[in-house]
Design a protein around this ligand. Sequence first.
Ligand code: CO
Length: 547
Amino acid sequence: MSKVKITDTTLRDAHQSLIATRLGTDDMLDIVGEMDKVGFHSFEMWGGATFDSAIRFLNEDPWDRITKLKNEAPKTPFQMLLRGQNLVGYKHYPDDIVHKFVEASFDRGIDIFRIFDALNDVRNMEVPIEAIKKVGGHAQGALSYTISPVHTIEYYIKVAEEMAALEIDSICIKDMAGLINPMDSYNLVKSLKENFDLPVCLHSHCTSGMAPTSYFKAIEAGVDIIDTAIGPFSFGTSQPSIETMYAMLENTDYKVNLDIERIYKIANYFKKLKDKYKGLLSEASLSVNTQILHFQIPGGMMSNLVSQLKEQNAENRLDEILLEVPKVRAELGYPPLVTPLSQIVGAQATLNVLSGQRYKLVPNEVKNYVRGLYGRPVAPISKDIQKLIIGDEKVSYEKSPELKKPSYQKFKDEVKDKIKKEEDVISYALFPDIALAFFEARKNQTPKPKIEQRELEKAAPKEIVKSKPTNPLRTNGGMELKSPLPGAIIKIIGEIGKPVKKDSVLFIISAMKMENEVVSPASGVLQKIYVKEGDIVKAGDILATIA
Ligand code: CO
């Protein structure tokens, strides 16, 4: 009976899930040496949001974290999470940046790279895997797990075959929303073990409450590795605790081989850390969310929807939107509801309900997804819906030739006066604005002010949405331009008395973290503006009249 190995996620996913990725390197340095003696298979300690959070909020160098922790914990392999061609960012980066990023991470001390693509489009994982193989790292290919009529065991085996063809070293079932149930977990692990001669890992979250049981069934099916966190940073939306799994498996054939007494002591340290950051903990992240079972909407997405509706005084529409989400998801080819696709599906479902007409308002991100810029959807997108969203525009799933062009030197030239080390160029290529602010703060040694949760949301990338004008009405010799959706007027572009052309942008309304352009319904002269910047408007409020 092979012994199950344990990857500890406390230094990455656990604090990302519970306290918005705010543990700093100093928080980790005092304890990681003790953790190194426990006997974990690996520490997942980098990637995901850690890079972004370090440079954006903590004012610390994400690269230095690897070196500092490695000095204290040289024994246990270090593991990172890599979003395919998106690396640790939110868009596709050029191939040479992918290579440079992997080389630098490996040189600093990352041993195992877990690579995933939200759409399971393995082509987005090709270059990272090639880069990892080249430096001699361990490439773990991850299946983004979700539930839908097309997400069958056969489907996952097919994706795993594509990854295996790229010579990955292990397979991970990445259940980011905590949706996998015990029998599915058993059957999927068993099939993967039967079809591939590779170690299999199960990564889940406790969001729906099933994870510990699903881990147990995975172990019965022969899973090689499970992901857990240390007690105080476990459960809720995080991983199951190692203490719980240890106790579940004690006196069975699957007994975990770890220094449990040492783990209990380490847990005391993390208990204090959790207390230090208790302001960041929320009821939603600490408890089991059964809505995820009812609507199959992940916890993070549900709280996002609720707060978006609150902003728009439309909380009473939540039930309609919850029914609309699965429809939109099916029409868009069943994307897994993870960032950024959860935001795309959620925003479109909300707009479909609030605007009173499906796909009347379509954010650019949704258009880009349909155009193929995010990769190939799991199931075909409904033809009718595609036509509503992008008309007769061509869809292409081919990789942009731009990504093949070398770009590293260009980035380097742009910041050569500001960098202290080669990795700064990579930080800049990934997050240009934030990296520049970070370099400036480093030069001046100014500590950044404490960032509140609200600012974290404000910092989320914004998208421009082009709206079709609402039906214009003629009054007082002028044509009324009404707001197509509720939101805040963030910019007025038109000027009273000045001529405007049909379809020219007059207002930008911010709603659901997206920017919506409101265009003139006709050519004429802007007669009157009824709102000012900062005003909150409802759908149907008159913004201006055009003579
Ligand atoms: Co996770």
